[in-house]
Ligand binder design. Sequence first.
Ligand code: B12
Length: 301
Amino acid sequence: MPPQKVLESRLLEQSALEAGFIKAKAAALNPADAALFEGPARSIMLCALPYGNLQADEPLPEDNGEAVYAEIAPFARFNYYREAARRLLKLACGLRAEGLYAKKDFRIFCNSRLNEKYLAEHYGLGRRARNGLILIPEAGSLFVIAGMSLPFEIQREPEEADVDAGQFPLCANCMGKGRGKPPCVRACPCGALEGDGRVTLEKCIQWYASGNGAAVPPLVRNNWGKRLYGCGACQDACIYNQRPLNGCITTLGALPRFMDARKLCGMSDGALRAFFKGSAMGMSWLTPQTIRRSARLCAPP
Ligand code: B12
């Protein structure tokens, strides 16, 4: 039995804020969730790393009717996933400094196999919004979720209970404006949002841009626009995302906002892999075929 440590959630959350996360929540894990992690997981810390909407943006290329550009959405313009994991690793190293625990006792995750939206909501980082994403008043939904399991107990001050405003408390202000559906639902080009937090994946542009679907159906094809990777329609329409929101500063995996769609179509597998290596589009599951398919949809013959 290793020596036990008990930390106050407040101190841990403060260290995450100092590391550049915009919000953090640390809490005791329930036994079912603790079993998701290998090793001695007793607690968990969920963090939000913002990418915001103030990135230094190249202006939209002039559309002369023959536009061949393909756009990369803000969440993928830097490798925020890796940046978040890197920051958590540093925090974990600090927590290990007393030598009580091993590196493997802290399991860091970001865009992992775990259901991160569930963890973020269940352990109090944010609330699920009607567009299916996790929303926090501090950064809207313009952040990536990252977290780590902790091998020690967390002490929490009792918190005031959430004001009960129904299933989507943060979306309450969007409803009842006489137009029936909330802005995120209306903004989705293919009508993929049910409005109850569910996304019909076969109608979600980003689902195809991530390599799903053997063929892209006409509804999605006709609404594709100039998206190479990422669709922000349901986020851009959200009232929380419309104020200026700072993103964290990172240089990891920088990608341009616009790429030449026709040039991308002609690039070999090797050239595409080399170009996107280390970026948010360098994931093993995002194949050169998928990238070329999205580029072709941006630049139909
Ligand atoms: C696969 C995936 C996708 C897929 C599918 C997304 C989806 N909504 O299902 C695609 C490629 C489409 C996608 C798109 C995007 N993604 Co994504 N994605 C993931 C990933 C890797 C897994 C999500 C998942 O499948 N979870 C498991 C399923 C079972 O959970 P679920 O989606 O919550 O589904 C349940 C609910 O729908 C629930 N439910 C909810 N409401 C209701 C209501 C009723 C009535 C019922 C019955 C059920 C129900 O039932 C389902 C089953 O349990 C996560 C990272 C992770 N590991 O969690 C990132 C993640 C969710 N994605 C993220 C992002 C940023 C995006 C995009 C914004 C990127 C972009 N700009 O294009 C879009 C947003 C699209 C959208 N509106 O959801 C972030 C979201 C951060 C946040 N603030 O919430 C995550 C968390 C990555 C990260 N670490 O930051 N993504």
